[in-house]
Design a protein around this ligand. Structure first.
Ligand SMILES: NC(=O)c1ccc[n+]([C@@H]2O[C@H](COP(=O)([O-])OP(=O)(O)OC[C@H]3O[C@@H](n4cnc5c(N)ncnc54)[C@H](OP(=O)(O)O)[C@@H]3O)[C@@H](O)[C@H]2O)c1
Length: 168
């Protein structure tokens, strides 16, 4: 896994809110279609709460972080590989071999998992929404000290923005 990039993918409101309880404040069909396209054939690292809200997605493996891995079980994919794994730490989530494409491993939330992944992330793939949201779950602050914007694709109500970690 030495060459694998860790990329956080998230929909973030202009005030940093990404969720309220188990709900996500914004659901844009174009963004969801892009999420599925970009993450296809890759493994996703998720918190247990986000996993329960999102379920398993075809064509990608969920690596679910929980303090109780023994409580989760996963069906097999068509090719016989497990559709998911339950792990008890971020380090384990990064290290586990899943058989998916290993150029990128996506960190797909929620708030607790973005926070624990933050020092380890290589890139951010953010759907930046041009509106505030109400909620208690926030994305870590993206500062110019730490992150350099490398592309921005305006799509009306939101932009698709990619950041890479700024050189020290
Ligand atoms: N806007 C977006 O792009 C986006 C994306 C994803 C999610 N969300 C939103 O984010 C919210 C969910 O985020 P959340 O922060 O509440 O939950 P979360 O990050 O999805 O999951 C939290 C769970 O992760 C496990 N966990 C946390 N720290 C751990 C540790 N140190 N060791 C082992 N396991 C640990 C615990 O599972 P156990 O309780 O099983 O131990 C904990 O309950 C929802 O509102 C969702 O809609 C938004």
């Amino acid at each position: 896994m030495a060459e694998t990039k860790l990329v956080a993918i998230a929909v973030v409101s202009s005030n940093g809110v990404i969720g309220d309880g188990n709900d996500q404040p914004f659901k844009f069909p174009e963004d969801w279609a892009r999420f599925k396209r970009v993450t296809q054939d890759h493994a996703l690292i998720l918190g247990r709460r986000t996993h329960e809200a999102m379920g398993l997605l075809p064509g990608r493996t969920s690596i679910v972080i929980t303090r109780h891995p023994e409580r989760l079980s996963f069906p097999r994919r068509e090719d016989g590989r497990p559709h998911g794994y339950a792990v008890s730490s971020f380090e384990e989530a990064v290290a586990i071999e899943t058989g998916d494409a290993d150029d990128i491993r996506f960190v797909a939330g929620g708030g607790q998992i973005y926070q624990m992944a933050w020092p380890h992330l290589d890139e951010l793939d953010i759907t930046e929404v041009h509106a505030e949201a109400v909620g208690s779950v926030r994305f870590p602050e993206i500062t110019a000290d730490e992150w350099r914007e490398v592309s921005r694709e305006p799509r009306g109500e939101f932009d698709f923005v990619r950041y890479v970690r700024a050189a020290c």
